[in-house]
Design a protein around this ligand. Structure first.
Ligand code: SF4
Length: 154
């Protein structure tokens, strides 16, 4: 948990150094209407699970993130790297790709250190698995995710 917390703090610092701005009030968290998907690593899911104190929210489908409520992210402190890096504004496009790549390397290294198998999963599929506490092959995804292993090692 502390390794991921440090990683997120460092990532937030790097993102902040670009002084990005958000004016869309969470439109990018409505994946279907915005036209993109969010992918996360097992390390981020383990951290998200470890930070969760209440009931986990299960998305009904892939169209939006259930943690966006009234235009606000209610999981802000444990949100994945993709949520921290992504800004839709034109002037923020040039730095995001490289930072995403380096972040994935850093997350993979944390997972390796704690023998957590690497997987890159679509966010709503993964949330549904976490909330239901079942192992289920993610829809249309080449990777499978063992929630049991996340629970055991988080
Ligand atoms: S975790 Fe927060 S920032 Fe990320 S998609 Fe969900 S509501 Fe949006």
């Amino acid at each position: 948990m502390s390794e991921v917390q440090s990683f997120y703090a460092s990532l937030d610092g790097e993102v902040g150094s670009h002084t990005p701005g958000c004016t869309n009030r969470g439109a990018c968290c409505k994946f279907e209407s915005f036209g993109h998907d969010l992918f996360v690593t097992t390390v981020e899911l383990a951290y998200f699970l470890g930070c969760s104190t209440g009931e986990l929210l299960a998305p009904v489908d892939r169209s939006f993130c259930p943690y966006q409520q009234a235009g606000q992210c209610v999981a802000r402190s444990s949100r994945p790297a993709g949520c921290r890096i992504y800004f839709c504004e034109e002037r923020s496009q040039h730095w995001q790709g490289e930072l995403t790549e380096s972040s994935l390397h850093r997350l993979a290294a944390i997972g390796e250190k704690f023998t957590l198998e690497y997987a890159y999963c679509e966010w709503t599929d993964a949330l549904r698995q976490l909330a239901n506490g079942v192992i289920e092959k993610p829809i249309d995804s080449p990777v499978s995710l063992s929630i049991d292993s996340l629970r055991r090692r988080s």
